[in-house]
Design a protein. Structure first.
Length: 446
């Protein structure tokens, strides 16, 4: 604003100077030179102001580029961190399995020890004493020979029994080595996870500093409105390009998957959280929200509201890391301000599939996502298409029909039934055809 006032002052001075040239023509030569010097000074000041404005614009673009790269790095780190967490869970499952096998081996070893004790007691009772009795009684040598062979068999059996014990002990030792290796791997993964968290926090701090610098550059309200209008225009251009490129190809609907046009008021919410900004409310100045902001903890998973193909998955100014899903017939859903994206352009996703993590990208100070729905390029109110909000302004990513499915799954667990036939029997009691699209996935997750 101060720069604009300076420009206006310079222009006024220049106008007054030019208007006075008729009077200056009759002035002495030194007066003309003085005026020419003054004109040169004014022109130099104008040039300096223009250079300052250009430099300010370049600096702003540089900040936006740094913000983009910083948030992309945060997204990649979060994705790797999420993967390490999955590996840790897998390692823990293997560790638990080794513990169970260790317990089984211990029990087997104890059994072998008990058998050896009984064998030793039998050998003591039947071994040397029996041989001495045979010699003293002077029985038939053939009988004595056969009995000696029998006792040799007993000894061999004892040796085999001891061999089995040694084998069991070797197995235990091997199990201990495996468990130690698994523990070392778990500790290493834990260390890597902590390092990733530290790096993520450092990147987040770096991003916050960039956002603060950007806020200083955009203090003036007119600049903010211009930026918001540019963001809105940029998104509209993107959606137009997507339609022109015919990315909205017809989807092949299965018998279980209904078209999105028939699911008004039944779609799941993409995330569990609190509605911070509703559709149609004032955004800034005369601008209105063409979607909604749902506040949610950073790092929470974001789910697709319906089956479709990813039409866009990248960073976009004003929306940060943005993913757009094309559901066919002109229907699109948009998810912005994400921390990380899990799908690429052109990939197919199913209803309820994880597509991103909640974040603050795009210049937001608090975590949450932008959620919008477009029909033929026109924004519509997501509340009219997603599950009815039960209370207040909080939404849940688990729709009513999926809650019904989970309840049915609990019935399976309590009754001890786990067969596919039982699942189908429970499924027949779940209302709504759309639940069939998610029921088997829900039973696997429950």
């Amino acid at each position: 604003m101060a720069g604009a006032i300076r420009i206006k002052s310079v222009v006024i001075c220049l106008f007054l100077f030019l208007a006075s040239q008729g009077r200056v023509a009759g002035a002495p030569e030194n007066k003309i030179k003085q005026s020419e010097t003054q004109l040169q000074q004014i022109e130099g000041e104008i040039k300096t102001l223009r250079a300052d404005l250009t430099e300010s614009g370049l600096h702003r673009n540089q900040l936006l580029t740094e913000l983009k790269e910083s948030e992309k790095r945060i997204g990649l780190n979060a994705k790797r961190l999420h993967h390490i967490g999955e590996l840790l869970r897998q390692q823990q499952e293997r560790f638990d399995d080794l513990e169970q096998r260790y317990a089984v081996q211990q029990e087997a070893l104890q059994t072998e020890r008990d058998a050896l004790k009984r064998q030793l007691r039998a050998a003591y009772a039947m071994g040397r004493q029996q041989r001495l009795k045979i010699l003293l009684n002077q029985q038939d040598p053939a009988i004595v020979s056969r009995l000696m062979v029998y006792y040799d068999y007993f000894n061999e059996a004892r040796l085999r029994q001891m061999g089995r014990i040694r084998q069991a002990m070797d197995g235990l030792q091997q199990m201990r080595v495996e468990i130690s290796n698994e523990r070392a791997q778990l500790l290493d993964l834990e260390s890597r996870e902590l390092a990733e968290q530290t790096q993520l926090e450092a990147n987040r701090q770096q991003r916050q500093e960039v956002v603060d610098s950007l806020g200083l550059e955009m203090r003036d309200m007119s600049d903010r409105l211009a930026a918001l209008m540019k963001d809105q225009e940029q998104l509209s251009v993107l959606l137009t390009q997507l339609r022109e490129q015919q990315l909205s190809a017809p989807l092949e609907q299965t018998a279980e998957a209904l078209p999105i046009s028939s699911l008004q008021g039944k779609l799941r919410w993409p995330v569990k959280g609190r509605i911070e900004a509703s559709f149609g409310t004032t955004k800034a100045g005369n601008l209105k929200w063409d979607g909604m902001i749902i506040a949610a903890p950073e790092g929470n998973e974001v789910y697709a509201i319906h089956r479709g193909r990813v039409a866009f998955a990248d960073w976009l100014r004003g929306f940060g890391l943005l993913i757009i899903i094309d559901h066919g017939s002109g229907y699109m859903s948009l998810y912005g301000h994400n921390q990380s994206l899990f799908r690429e352009t052109g990939e197919w996703v199913e209803a309820g599939e994880r597509v991103a993590l909640v974040g603050r990208s795009g210049g937001r100070s608090d975590s949450g996502i932008y959620f919008g729905i477009r029909i033929g390029g026109d924004p519509v109110n997501p509340k009219k298409w997603c599950q009815r909000i039960q209370s207040g302004n909080r939404v849940s990513y688990l729709p009513a029909f999926e809650q019904s499915a989970r309840k049915s799954v609990k019935q399976i667990e309590y009754s001890g039934l786990e067969s596919q036939v039982s699942k189908r029997a429970i499924l027949s009691n779940v209302s709504g055809s759309a639940v069939k699209e998610l029921f088997w996935r829900v039973t696997d997750r429950a």
